[in-house]
Design a protein around this ligand. Sequence first.
Ligand code: ISJ
Length: 360
Amino acid sequence: MSVIKNKYTTWPFFNEKKLLTIAGPCSAETEDQVYEIARKIAETGVKIFRAGVWKPRTRPGSFEGVGKEALPWIKKATRDFGLKSTVEVANRQHVLDALEAGIDILWIGARTTVNPFAVQEIAETIKGTDIPVLVKNPVNPDVDLWIGAIERLENAGITRIGAVHRGVSQFNKSVYRNRPEWEMAIELKKQRPDLLLICDPSHITGKRELVPLVSQIALDLMFDGLMIETHITPEEAWSDARQQITPETLKELLKELIVRDEFPHGIELSGFEDLRNTINDIDNQLIGLLSQRMNIVNDIARFKKEHNMSIFQENRWNQLLEEHLGYGASKGLNREFIRKIFNTIHSESIERQSSVLHNK
Ligand SMILES: C=C(O[C@@H]1C=C(C(=O)O)C=C[C@H]1O)C(=O)O
């Protein structure tokens, strides 16, 4: 509880629903665009305005941002409408320009978080300022790299740090632009419950229709807030036109979102506790069965050793997995879930057998 309280005092930008929202365009485009969006965003009750000024793009030739020229536009608009400002920085010069322009909060993008040299350079440049910094997860699902970037900033004396979850790159196409990989954010929350944790549904989804759903999932996972790309004319945006929403939609969304409590006060919990006790029993049975299975695997390994049989048996494994997928489906279990569980069991089985064969 004290950790949570701490967040509220360190980041005094939560609304009455205890939700911290950052909104603004993907990119600052013109002075008027920045001003109009800031005006509309202030009307939604959001307190922090974001805008990209230097845009890291995958392929050359896309719009790469207006550059430092946009910083005074952001400063003026946010001052006029009582907002705090945040921009993305990726190197020393960006930090110097943003600090000189009086930007209130910096954010480090996913493509920068992957690079410890760049993060270190940023950390050394902001040393002594104690400006708040938001750190997006790296583009690859590596929690240590994410925490490493945060520690570099902490080592430079930065005390107000927030983590922003924006999903990870994927090779195969899916409904998402960046796969959410929620486990990654959950692990970060487990290791660093003290940090503000924000979700960026715009970059996860890549499409505005899915922004409400992913925002709600994030809140159900106990995120503290959201960073949502917002534009007055999203279809005409110079970058990420598919994923931005209007300030009107943002206002509606913030009204509809449900912020849940881990344990709301004053509810009858006995029935709920019975359910949890049943889960405890089932988990114990699962562990008992896994242990029995692994003991059999040891026996199989000894047999294989004696008869020079290979550890991995492709036909047997493929057949087993197919059967499990079919049986699982008949019991209402998702095929991918069964595949993941049994792949994990199989890896452990292979590892055990190689220990037996190699006398480890
Ligand atoms: C246990 C065996 O070894 C491996 C592990 C398997 C398993 O854990 O079910 C299945 C096939 C093999 O790849 C086996 O050959 O039966």
